[in-house]
Design a protein. Structure first.
Length: 242
């Protein structure tokens, strides 16, 4: 075989590489000799102990970047597949769907820009945070004319500032909340937040339908009319009947 420079050798296409059989030359400094190493062995020795230095605030670094040119592939193709003993523990499909066989532990704040569906329970163990809605989910609307005037607020939760018209003792008044966030199977929770005499009112939601519900405020005092701009808080809890 004639002597050739490495740059003159025939190229081996990526698809033709046999990781377990094809070999590369490598210098073993501990033995001061040149040896051979299989492709898989070389890659494996580096992947489990990689390091890099990021030293420029003007550069957007990538620790790992893998760009696939997908001209034709099965829908089940994966960008990442992590296994133990040949069993999947985590993988990402080419569509970007991630699947984890174990628990996902998140120590920081996580923002989901899409919908999340749980096939089991969703629980909070925080003694102060709980499960609820964040800033941007709610809104406020003020009732005009009278306490029976309907209001519109297309938010999953929020406040309703009622009109300060007089409400007689032992008398209920109802109004309609039009809200596109309400489905017919949802539960609407409502309570008195402020603006009224403590213990003077009872409030409830009913007639829940797609896009609306009825809210009733009751002056439960045995005597005396009240002319107060009662502030109500409400939240829509998504529910189903099947």
């Amino acid at each position: 075989m004639s002597t050739k420079k490495i740059t003159q050798l025939t190229s081996l296409a990526q698809g033709d590489v046999s990781g377990g059989n094809d070999v590369l030359a490598i210098v073993d400094l501990s033995a001061t000799e040149t040896k051979k190493i299989a492709v898989y062995s070389l890659v494996g020795a580096g992947v489990d102990n990689m390091s890099a230095t990021w030293n420029s605030v003007l550069t957007a670094f990538n620790a790992i970047k893998f760009n696939v040119t997908d001209t034709a592939s099965d829908a089940a193709s994966r960008l990442l597949s992590l296994q133990v003993g040949g069993v999947d523990k985590a993988y990402i499909t080419k569509a970007g769907t991630m699947n984890l066989a174990g628990a996902l532990v998140v120590s920081g704040v996580t923002t989901l820009t899409g919908a999340a569906t749980a096939v089991s329970s969703v629980k909070s163990t925080s003694d102060t945070a709980g499960v609820g809605y964040g800033t941007g989910a709610g809104g406020t609307v003020t009732q005009a004319t009278s306490k029976s005037t309907g209001v519109t607020l297309n938010k999953i939760c929020g406040e309703i500032v009622m009109n300060n018209a007089s409400l007689s003792h032992l008398t209920p008044v109802a109004f309609t909340l039009t809200n596109s966030a309400i489905a017919a199977t949802d539960v609407v929770a409502v309570s008195v937040k402020s603006g009224g005499t403590a213990g003077a009112y009872l409030v409830s939601a009913g007639a829940v339908a797609a896009g609306s519900c009825s809210i009733t405020l009751f002056n439960c005092q045995t005597a005396g009319n009240l002319s107060e701009a009662v502030v109500l808080s409400f939240a829509v809890i998504k529910a189903v009947a099947a």
